[in-house]
Design a protein around this ligand. Sequence first.
Ligand SMILES: C[S@@+](CC[C@H](N)C(=O)[O-])C[C@H]1O[C@@H](n2cnc3c(N)ncnc32)[C@H](O)[C@@H]1O
Length: 312
Amino acid sequence: MTDKTAQLFDLDAVRNQRTAKANRAKGEEFLDLFWPDDGPFVRPAYEEPPPEPRSERGRKQTHVTEDCVMNTQYTPIASAYVAIKDDDPADRVAIFPTFYEACGDVRGKSVLELCCGEGRAGRGLLVRGARHVVGVDENPSMLALARERQVANTDYRQLTVGKMGQIGLFDLIVGPWTLHYSMSELELFAMFRDVAVNLKPGGLFVGLNEDPQRPFGGTERIGSTSHPAGDPLVDGCPVTVTIYGNGESAAFRTYHWFLGTYRAAARAAGLELSIIPFRITAEGRTEMGDDWCREFEANICSCVFVCRHIQT
Ligand SMILES: C[S@@+](CC[C@H](N)C(=O)[O-])C[C@H]1O[C@@H](n2cnc3c(N)ncnc32)[C@H](O)[C@@H]1O
């Protein structure tokens, strides 16, 4: 981590504490807006979110350029993204092993894969015994790559998470790199709500995500870097993520949300959010060596998100 990033990270932690109270209040605001009953958990019917309120802190940053509209930003990098990810040591020795462990025993389970891209997580879950996977992604180029690699018991659909509503009821929903594409708090809430309405009672959501507590950093050697492309102390700060491997790199845009904002949006959708750090496997430690493992642990700026319905 550079000095500058460390400084940003410290400020981030300080601000997180400062805003924890405000974010709790924000959660209540969400609940009033979208889930007015205090009664037992009732899945909210899907409807278009109302126009976005201006926040008192001017939080929303809307200066998003054309190429950052999520439906299009993956089109020019789809092949490079997949080629890099096909042979990504961090994915192989830490990120996906931790993700699959968090999914638990998936044998016989129905799975919804959000932001499936070319569908690698869903195929991994089928190998582990899942019964069926529905993959959704809004980008046609990524879906075309998924269809090239399609195996039995998978369906792919072009849908936008946050706007899709209920398409079924699933035992397990996975979102490998999903929630941090939200460009506003309402969009974040709408994504969590799409999780809540498609998840069976007692079901589990497992996502890969920016780590809200260490959102910036990374190194080329561990396969990814994340840099703020706006004010890092502002909720919704645009982030430039670059992935490296296979002799090339590919950059794309995500958005940084504070932990309290993630928690408030999840709670408003009827979900409880917890975070799991990545763990490098024993074989991975041998394969990659101590230096690489130390660098990964000190710099990785993503993590696993786990959600369940709030119990009433
Ligand atoms: C970093 S890629 C991850 C792909 C795949 N999950 C993986 O692990 O390789 C992010 C994917 O999310 C998709 N995406 C971003 N926002 C989305 C949204 N709101 N609804 C559906 N797909 C979205 C993009 O099109 C892209 O394919």
